[in-house]
Ligand binder design. Structure first.
Ligand SMILES: Nc1ncnc2c1ncn2[C@@H]1O[C@H](COP(=O)(O)OP(=O)(O)OP(=O)(O)O)[C@@H](O)[C@H]1O
Ligand SMILES: [Mg+2]
Length: 622
């Protein structure tokens, strides 16, 4: 009896307990710190908020071993340094109203608490006014060391061995190459927004970025590469409701990947498919359907018009009125493109309801009224059926031609030496045409070839893609590919992020017949390339391959090597529009039917169709 009562008592007693801080923090950290790059973002943003004008990022082992950010900002007092690691401890907001005025990157007071819950942290910080600084070591949310230290003004926070105490998450991290790419992305997103701050980024002892202070244009070029130097169109519009400034790339710089697209709202990088659409719409028919223009655009507006607290990493935000922002962005970009005379006459198909919105039609504050009213964007909104005229007709003509004529793709390494036949011993396919079959090229893109049952229609580009793909597969397995030495070694300078990527691909590219090696910061020397690549095209072929590779890079189905050989096959396949000689056609057909899977491209497009003679006869009632 007694026994039962005791048990019942235990069952009925209260069972809810507060979690110890370190466990609570660890759980909360799951949202904020997902990978080394998340810590990079948080630490860089803290350094920016601290008013630093020099910020250095150091990572080892793609951030898995170390992420350290050193700044020359205002530093922290001894007490603040301890407080900083508490959850919900922040100097940036004091009341809910402050959220409506937020100018800083941070606001929740969660980042450092989260980092300290999933890593070992070493903090060194000193304010200008203090004689000595303070050094703190924290492990798993527990302070291990706190002592005075000699230090310069500013803060250094080192995060070591991320997820050392959460093995499941540590194992979940991707390869160093993949994690490093995430870090580069986050670094760029912060560095791009603050060109007035010097940034440096050192990975495993090598300086990957060294970004001197400058203006936005200089920063864009420093980050995205010199190619953009003369290819940027400035976007700048001021209105009472919001300001837009930044750059879009001229249409010719549009790429296959989304890579170089940055949208910032109040200096915060955000992901917004909606606003991206606004920019894409502004480019309209100036770029090919599947290509992406470069843009770096900053929208500044009253923080009260925003909710940045909808996502743990703050990369998604909510606008009070998304439609207005969309319309402004689209018009501003169209207008910029029009001013640079590279777009035909514009018609602003604005939703009339937007034109009548207060913020658009009636600037509210008197001071800004005149400047707003005279801005071209405002006029765009307030005039009806307005049209922009192109001053410089010759540029326009150029662009018309560009889009009307089929452009010969000079980058396509066309004359692949098809006679360098590949022999894969296997049974001949039943559909394989006889070696001496009649061949006919039609539309410079298809080959008609007869076999004993009827005829086949080959798409030359798809067929060649399949051939190259299998050839590269064999090369990866050790069957070497002939290399031709370049007469003159070619140097290639890349944007830092691309250089990181190419560096990672060098060993595989060597196996595929490229002789190339890193040569100083972000530069590579190409000594030789696969025999198939036309001399002089080496650089272009590699650049295109990188583009293609990035295009695949979110595809988790494929290994790095698989992405590489798919990219190369796509890039190097002879394009439609290339006239082939009889010998080349023969080699193409022969090689295709020597493939393991001759009927489709690596991503499943048909390489040929067969038309049976019996079916043809039936069609004609014979
Ligand atoms: N590099 C730094 N220099 C000076 N103070 C810093 C630095 N990093 C953090 N702090 C101080 O520590 C506090 C806590 O930082 P933490 O990143 O955890 O939160 P937050 O930046 O306020 O908000 P969020 O969680 O949104 O980032 C900050 O509010 C700031 O006062
Ligand atoms: Mg912060």
């Amino acid at each position: 009896m007694c026994y039962f009562r005791a048990t019942n008592y235990r069952i009925l007693s209260d069972i809810i307990q507060l979690l110890p801080d370190n466990i609570a923090n660890q759980i909360a950290a799951g949202e904020v710190i997902q990978r080394p790059a998340s810590a990079v973002k948080e630490l860089l943003e803290n350094a920016v908020d601290a008013g630093a004008d020099e910020i250095k990022l150091i990572v080892n082992d793609a951030g898995k071993a170390l992420v350290q950010v050193i700044d020359n900002g205002r530093g922290m007092s001894e007490t603040d340094a301890r407080m900083a690691f508490e959850r919900h401890a922040t100097s940036k907001i004091r009341s809910i109203d402050d959220l409506l005025r937020i100018k800083t990157m941070g606001l929740r007071g969660e980042a450092l608490a989260s980092i300290a819950a999933v890593a070992q942290v070493e903090l060194k910080t000193k304010r200008e006014e203090d004689e000595t600084g303070v050094y703190i070591e924290i492990d798993n949310s527990i302070v291990k060391v706190q002592e005075p230290v000699a230090a310069n003004k500013g803060t250094s926070i080192a995060m070591k061995n991320l997820f050392f105490n959460v093995p499941a998450r540590r194992n979940f991290l991707k390869s160093n190459a993949a994690e490093l790419r995430h870090i580069v992305d986050e670094f760029i997103r912060v560095a791009m927004a603050f060109p007035e701050i010097f940034f440096s980024f050192v990975s495993n002892g090598q300086e990957v970025f060294h970004l001197e202070k400058g203006n936005l244009k200089q920063r864009v070029v420093q980050i995205l590469g010199n190619n953009y130097n003369a290819k940027l169109v400035s976007v700048q519009e001021q209105t009472d409701y919001l300001n837009i400034f930044g750059f879009v790339g001229k249409p010719e710089t549009a790429k296959k990947t989304r890579g170089d697209q940055y949208f910032f709202v109040n200096n915060r990088f955000i992901k917004s498919a909606y606003l991206n659409h606004a920019v894409m719409n502004a480019f309209d028919e100036m770029i090919a359907k599947d290509s992406f223009p470069m843009y770096t655009l900053f929208v500044d507006l009253d923080p009260a018009q925003l909710d940045i607290n909808v996502h743990p990493t703050k990369q998604e935000i909510k606008f009070e009125d998304e439609k207005i922002v969309y319309a402004f962005v689209q018009s501003a970009v169209k207008h910029a493109l029009a001013q640079f005379s590279i777009t035909p006459t514009l018609d602003f198909d604005l939703d009339p309801s937007i034109q009548h919105l207060e913020a658009v039609s009636k600037p509210l504050s008197e001071e800004r009224k005149s400047s707003t009213a005279s801005s071209s964007l405002y006029q765009t909104f307030s005039q009806k059926n307005q049209a922009h005229f192109i001053e410089n007709k010759s540029e326009l003509k150029h662009w018309r031609e560009f889009y009307e004529k089929p452009v010969k793709d000079e980058s396509a390494p066309v004359p692949v030496n098809l006679q360098h036949s590949l022999h894969v011993d296997k049974e001949l396919m039943t559909e394989k045409p006889a070696d001496n079959a009649e061949l006919l090229q039609v539309h410079n893109g298809y080959i008609v070839v007869q076999n004993d049952k009827g005829y086949l229609l080959l798409n030359q580009q798809n067929a060649h893609e399949r051939i190259l793909y299998e050839k590269f597969q064999l090369a990866m397995e050790g069957r070497s590919i002939a290399t031709q030495q370049s007469l003159f070694p070619v140097t290639m300078e890349l944007a830092p992020a691309d250089a990181v990527l190419l560096n990672e691909l060098v060993p595989d590219l060597q196996q595929l017949g490229y002789q190339l090696e890193p040569f100083g910061t972000n530069t590579f020397v190409i000594h030789g390339s696969p025999a198939d690549v036309v001399e002089g095209n080496e650089k272009m072929a590699l650049e295109k391959m990188l583009e293609q590779f990035k295009h695949f890079s979110n595809d988790i189905k494929y290994s790095k090597r698989e992405k590489l050989i798919r990219s190369l096959a796509l890039q190097q396949a002879i394009k439609a529009g290339t006239t082939l000689s009889r010998v080349e056609m023969q080699a193409l057909v022969h090689e295709l039917f020597s493939c393991d899977t001759p009927n489709i491209t690596p991503n499943g497009k048909p390489t040929y169709m067969s038309f049976k003679k019996t079916d043809l006869d039936k069609m004609f009632g014979r």
